[in-house]
Ligand binder design. Structure first.
Ligand SMILES: Cc1ncc(COP(=O)(O)O)c(C=O)c1O
Length: 370
């Protein structure tokens, strides 16, 4: 097919996104009725009833185009003590990331980030066809000094997720400040804080709202602690001129009316947010300690998931399959670039107990170095 032959090679080389297995897939494949999904870092408590109520109410207006996210931008500006001109909303924070990549990069520019960065960003960056450079992790954390040293004349965009997916680690305020001092102001830094609400409790976590530099854009999402992953609503804060550029390429009507309404409802329900963060705090500690007690290497996490590192890729495969047979779906990290690790989302207490029990019966040897 001629039209396919003319697809640029950097697009042809990508793989379509493969959604993880669902409990229904596991029922069909293994005949297990009550499989649980701990694979996509969603909120295991579900969605705030207020968010659902607001979304339902908005449905009676479905014949009309939505307001382009304006009411939500206003509400976020109020909530975070900033101005409307400093706020953008979009179809998930990934949607905003796509607009950043589209807005700022020329063909000769380079993107710089860590190895095995958040897969969604890798795909967007590689799909733009510019040079994509990475720096290895240090102790599963962004090596910020090495990233700063790797900046060259072509570096246009640096992507930092804090806390990071898939490792769950975060960099501290002083680490970020030392790093920022070395970044030329022509380089745009994305600070992706998809897991901000969970990490905000760490005393040395660098809340990027305190770093309103001209070349920093903060990205956050309603998909995690707010329990609205399917609604696809993300938001960002940056200098007004930068936001204006993004508004030029943003799809006119993202996010959808019902999604923006759900986000507005979620912002009204502080109790749900608090409960979600508290539940994650105790359950994250439980899962991390229980898996370590079983001899696994669990990377310390400030998010709503943990990364478990195995000695070899085949051990990670085996653990993944053993858990699947017990009806527990977790995320293998081969596609992200860490084939010897799994990412496990934190669930509600019964789910986490089931995970720990399934891990205890899995056949992988306990690590000598754990
Ligand atoms: C680091 C990071 N950034 C962004 C996203 C995507 O968030 P959204 O659902 O808002 O597109 C995720 C989702 O897993 C993530 O882990």
């Amino acid at each position: 097919m001629n039209c396919i032959r003319s697809v640029p090679p950097h697009i042809a080389a990508l793989k379509p996104y493969e959604a993880g297995l669902t409990p229904e897939d596991v029922r069909e494949r293994f005949g297990i009725e009550n499989a649980i999904k701990l694979a996509s870092n969603e909120n295991p408590l579900g969605t705030s009833p207020k968010a659902i109520e607001f979304a339902c109410r908005s449905l009676s207006d479905m014949a009309r185009y939505p307001d382009s996210g304006l009411a939500l931008r206003r509400r976020l500006a109020d909530e975070f003590n900033t101005k409307l001109g400093n706020v953008i909303v979009g179809s998930g924070s990934e949607g905003i990331m796509a607009n950043i990549v589209r807005t700022f990069l020329l063909d000769d520019d380079e993107i710089l980030t860590t190895e095995a960065a958040f897969l969604g960003f890798q795909v967007l960056a590689r799909g733009r066809g510019v040079h994509y450079r990475t720096v290895p992790y240090r102790n599963w954390t962004y090596d910020l000094p090495a990233i700063a040293d790797a900046i060259n004349d072509r570096t246009k965009l640096i992507y930092l997720a804090n806390p990071n997916n898939p490792t769950g680690t975060y960099f501290t305020r002083s680490e970020f400040e030392r790093f920022y001092a070395k970044v030329p102001d022509r380089v745009l830094i994305i600070l992706d804080e998809a897991y901000f609400e969970y990490a905000a409790e760490c005393p040395d976590f660098p809340d990027s709202m305190n770093y309103r530099f001209d070349n920093v854009i903060t990205l956050r999402t309603f998909s995690k602690a707010y329990g609205l992953a399917a609604a696809r609503v993300g938001y960002g804060f940056a200098h007004e001129d930068l936001i204006t550029m993004l508004l030029k390429v943003k799809l006119s009507f993202e996010p959808s009316g019902a999604s923006a309404a759900a986000a507005l409802g979620a912002l009204e329900d502080e109790a749900f947010l608090r409960m979600s963060v508290e539940s994650n705090r105790t359950q994250l500690a439980y899962v991390s300690e229980a898996l370590r007690a079983l001899g696994h290497r669990v990377v310390p996490s400030a998010a709503n998931f943990v990364m478990v590192v195995t000695e070899t890729a085949s051990q990670a495969d085996r653990l993944f399959n053993d858990l699947l047979r017990e009806g527990v779906i977790v995320r293998p990290l081969k596609a992200t670039g860490i084939p010897n690790a799994l990412r496990i989302s934190i669930g509600i207490p019964e789910e986490n107990r089931r995970l720990v029990s399934a891990v205890s019966t899995a056949r992988i040897p306990v690590l000598a170095s754990a």
